[in-house]
Design a protein around this ligand. Structure first.
Ligand SMILES: Nc1ncnc2c1ncn2[C@@H]1O[C@H](COP(=O)(O)OP(=O)(O)O)[C@@H](O)[C@H]1O
Ligand SMILES: [Mg+2]
Length: 457
């Protein structure tokens, strides 16, 4: 499986990006609106001031006079420490104020002041002009009153607004980011939950997943369920096949062997007897290797879903020795049992343990000379040890750790036939039960000692 990115990270990054864009937009809008509002306030005061001055213009004997009202300029003083300028122009001639004060480019019309930001004496100023006719009739003069103010106060307000908007924007971004993190996590929570419920299952649990799933995960879960359904069907077909094959191979071979033995007894001519003996030997070999192959398939299959039977290992040993006693008898081999008096309780898969022991004992018989002894021993100390010791040819200089490999046979086998699966089966069974297989030379003289060692419960 190749891991390409993370949904959570992608979701988080996308949400955080959206949050960043929104924060920026928020910042720009707040700052824009607030600055416009501050600017508007200054413009209104400037207009009011200019209008107040314009209102105080009088015409005396055809001359325009001005009695500058105190309030007109004092209302501007409230904004910071900004300087205020004014200029009254009558028909192009400056009546009073700063003669060089620039006027907004757009000429003001009566009742509509014109407003503009200009530069005056190196400072940025906001200038408002209003116009008013003073006097009557043809003598009326068009008087333009301009009031201007520097914009330091506004700049200060603007800085303050910028700082506040930045603070709010950053706060909003951080909050939104934290929420995105949470949202990304909670959007993926169902996946985590379903993954958990699938991984918590035992290895044999192939039931369909029942967990509550959001809409988007339904196809995935359906696919998973249908996959598990097919797997379940295939596993049960395999199990059936193994059982069926074992039955169909072993039963006819047993029949043929029985018939061959009867024939052997009835025959008199030594060469015929010899031929039948060969036949029986071949039958034994093929039923042994067929049995081992099926056992191996069964071990591989069952090891994943180990049965948990309550067993008595002592009884299991007895049973295995009983079962192989006839084979041992053929070679006049005695199987000595050193099993102790008490049952040995163990939880495990009886069929697999039986197969493992049987293969070990079978080897001992196979690789032992006629008229020898085999000892089946059960020892309890820190662990449970089931060992089979023989007086046979031993392992020679075979590398012992290779013998548990599938189809691997030792260098010592000579003309003894075999499939190389016996110790593989024993090893796999031991491992499936949390134990191990120990292969060693017989410490008391010739031969081999093969043991299954399990931890004590
Ligand atoms: N009791 C024993 N004495 C001597 N050699 C043994 C014994 N058990 C196993 N071996 C060696 O281990 C090899 C692997 O054993 P196994 O997997 O049962 O295969 P095989 O079909 O050859 O018996 C054998 O080929 C043999 O060389
Ligand atoms: Mg074997």
């Amino acid at each position: 499986m190749r891991i390409s990115g993370s949904i959570r990270r992608r979701l988080f990054i996308q949400l955080a990006l959206v949050a960043a864009v929104l924060s920026l937009a928020f910042f720009l809008v707040v700052r824009g609106v607030a600055e416009r509002a501050a600017e508007g306030t200054q413009d209104d005061i400037l207009s009011a001031s200019a209008t107040a001055i314009a209102d105080s213009l009088r015409s005396e004997d055809g001359r325009v006079t001005l009695d500058l009202p105190y309030s007109a300029l004092s209302m501007l003083g409230s904004i910071n420490e900004d300087r205020v300028f004014y200029r009254v122009v009558s028909d192009g001639r400056t009546l009073t104020g700063y003669a060089d004060l620039p006027q907004p480019n757009v000429p003001p019309r009566i009742s509509t002041p014109s407003v503009e930001t200009l530069t005056y004496r190196g400072d940025e100023i906001r200038a408002v002009s209003v116009t008013r006719p003073v006097g009557t009739g043809v003598n009326a003069a068009q008087v333009v009153v301009t009031v201007a103010q520097t914009r330091q106060g506004l700049a200060a307000i603007s800085r303050q607004i910028t700082a506040t908007a930045t603070g709010i924007g950053v706060g909003f971004f951080l909050l939104a980011t934290a929420l995105s993190l949470w949202a990304a996590g909670s959007a993926l929570a169902p996946i985590t939950r379903i993954t958990g419920s699938v991984t918590r299952r035992g290895p044999t649990d192939l039931r369909p997943v029942q967990a509550n799933a959001p809409d988007e995960l339904v196809p995935l879960i359906n696919a998973l369920n249908s996959f598990m359904g097919r797997l379940r069907a295939s596993l049960s077909r395999t199990e059936d096949f193994i059982a069926e094959a074992a039955h169909r191979v072993r039963t006819p071979l047993a029949t043929v062997r029985a018939q061959a033995e009867i024939t052997h007894r009835k025959l008199n001519k030594p060469e015929h007897k010899q031929a039948i003996r060969e036949m029986i030997r071949a039958i034994d070999e093929s039923s042994r290797s067929a049995g081992q192959m099926l056992d191996h398939a069964m071990v591989t299959f069952r090891a994943d879903s180990l049965a948990q039977d309550a067993l008595d290992l002592r009884a299991l040993m007895e049973e295995t020795c009983d079962r192989l006693a006839p084979t041992a008898d053929l070679k006049d081999i005695t199987i000595r049992r050193d099993l102790g008096p008490d049952p040995v309780a163990f939880t495990g898969d009886g069929i697999l343990l039986q197969a493992a022991l049987q293969n070990i004992l079978d080897n001992a018989i196979k690789y032992s000379p006629d008229d020898s002894d085999i000892t089946a021993r059960l020892t309890l100390n820190g662990s449970i040890t089931l060992s089979i010791t023989d007086q046979g040819r031993g392992f020679g200089d075979t590398n012992l750790s290779d013998l548990t490999t599938r189809y691997m046979r030792g260098a010592n086998v000579g003309d003894i036939v075999g499939s190389g699966l016996g110790l593989t089966i024993a090893d796999e069974v031991a491992k499936a039960h949390g134990g191990r297989l120990e292969i060693s030379p017989n410490t008391k003289g010739e031969g081999a000692c093969v043991s299954l060692i399990f931890p004590r419960a």
